[in-house]
Design a protein around this ligand. Sequence first.
Ligand SMILES: Cc1cc2nc3c(=O)[nH]c(=O)nc-3n(C[C@H](O)[C@H](O)[C@H](O)COP(=O)(O)OP(=O)(O)OC[C@H]3O[C@@H](n4cnc5c(N)ncnc54)[C@H](O)[C@@H]3O)c2cc1C
Ligand SMILES: *[C@@H]1O[C@H](CO)[C@@H](O)[C@H](O)[C@H]1NC(C)=O
Ligand SMILES: *[C@@H]1O[C@H](CO)[C@@H](O)[C@H](O)[C@H]1NC(C)=O
Length: 509
Amino acid sequence: MDKFVSLALAALLLGAKSTFAAPTEATTTACTEIKDALPGKVLTPGLLAAEYMYETQQYWSTTLRTIDPACIVQPDSAQDISIVIKILNKYPSVQFATRSGGHDPNVGHATVEDGVLITMTDLVGATYDAEEDVAYVRPGGDWNDVISDLEQSGVAVSGGRLGIVGVGGLLLGGGLSFLNAQEGMVADNIIEWETVMANGSVVYVDAAANPDLAQAMRGSVGQFGIVTQFKAKVHHMGDVWGGSCTYDETKDEELYAALHDFIPNGPQDPKAAIIFSDLVLAADINTKLIFYFYDAPSPPTTGPFADFLEIPGLSCTTKTQTYSELLKANGAPVGLLNARSLFRTYTVPYIASRPQMYSEIRDQLANITATFLNTLPLIRAIQFSVDFQPLPALFGQISESKGGNAMGLTASDPDRIILIYQGAWNSPEDDELAYELAREITAWLDEVVPVWMEEAGLPPDMYLPLFINDAMFDQPVLQSYREYEKFEALQRSVDPDGLFRTRFGGFKY
Ligand SMILES: Cc1cc2nc3c(=O)[nH]c(=O)nc-3n(C[C@H](O)[C@H](O)[C@H](O)COP(=O)(O)OP(=O)(O)OC[C@H]3O[C@@H](n4cnc5c(N)ncnc54)[C@H](O)[C@@H]3O)c2cc1C
Ligand SMILES: *[C@@H]1O[C@H](CO)[C@@H](O)[C@H](O)[C@H]1NC(C)=O
Ligand SMILES: *[C@@H]1O[C@H](CO)[C@@H](O)[C@H](O)[C@H]1NC(C)=O
């Protein structure tokens, strides 16, 4: 092949990056050693490295698709990862990361430029064990895979609310689900983790035998090891009712009133769940997208959930269907978003005397992002949104009864709301601006929320931990946990050399 053509082709295959990857010698040597130990399971970049290229594209945020690891390992088992970790222990300067679904938008969490990336591409789906009435769930693929595998047996596991979302990161982060009011946080239902520990041993962390480690693993993501299989309690279910509706601004008042009532009173009917998404688009367009879920073939006709359904939407997809159909349909529109993206989270208390709180939060988001959204060309920023995700006292009651989680939800919890801010934009030149706007939102909340609490007579020291699955890289998520010191000590006891604390992607103890 002509030298120029082959160079151009190489540039194309490498994602047209201006600089070529330059892994250290130690990294290259580690990759070679891993490749020799796991023949056929290690991919490296280069001309016609189609499968390597394919793997680097399997991320939700397009920001992450230009990051090139030195090598990519596709294990089939915990034993394969055990081999990788033992080799990595010989090369203390080599950085590494694990990717399950690739939905975390943060650079350096499930990505590693010039390091070793372990992907869960070949560990996908779930199996039901009828005798024990539990499911074995693998971290790769997405919730569509897991739920369709289990549905034929009439069971599901508590998990993602959109079928396209990744499994491993969500199960290790704690997890919001449509089943939270019946089953607690997603991770509360995990009773055993097949885990490759820092020393390379494969350990079956059993929640009954090791309750402290189990609690720590429910919300610490990758700080205790790489998980290759989850043993989960199941939820027996038949047809469900749900879908989504969109609304224009004329319905704001009614929708915010319904939300304000649903947060404390929704748990009276634990089968009901919502995702309330407030979208801020260019040209001052505000719109709402609400996902509805009811764990029965038809929704109730009275109560806080039914009150939402009285408010006419512009368009609705709600109907009776199987859970797998619902999750597939929920993911479809979101799957079209092809952009750089950020998440940022904040936990606010439910403030009964402040029903205007939701519109204040939405208006401030619109205010802070207005210039970014409305600067020509219009396609510069695509959208920002804030979701109001109820975290009622009930979730904590169930969490505690199931052994507790790292986020520290307990039976004496107040009603709270987890905010997730999302941003979507096109150009790498705008990354810093987008992150800065997200930080501005936090700074504003840090100012106003204590004032709102004081005005409402709420105690200033209310426990408001951050939700790890929705957090931005610079947020002190683990540090917001009440029992941080306990988990930090536990992390150090199983990872004395700091393999996961200093060399691995994600939030750290
Ligand atoms: C469209 C969309 C919808 C979402 N909906 C929900 C929802 O309904 N509920 C909810 O709770 N969250 C939701 N999230 C957030 C989601 O939980 C997180 O993004 C989560 O990280 C996704 O898991 P993943 O497997 O894709 O993680 P990845 O991006 O693959 O990894 C995330 C982190 O987990 C670590 N990790 C991944 N796999 C393993 C493993 N096997 N062992 C150890 N560490 C590992 C990585 O090191 C990384 O730090 C949503 C996100 C998106 C983009
Ligand atoms: C939006 O910003 C303007 C100008 O900075 C300010 O006057 C206004 O009060 C802000 N609105 C809200 C809802 O904070
Ligand atoms: C590896 O670490 C785990 C967790 O601390 C421990 O249980 C196990 O005994 C260790 N294995 C070896 C071979 O040291």
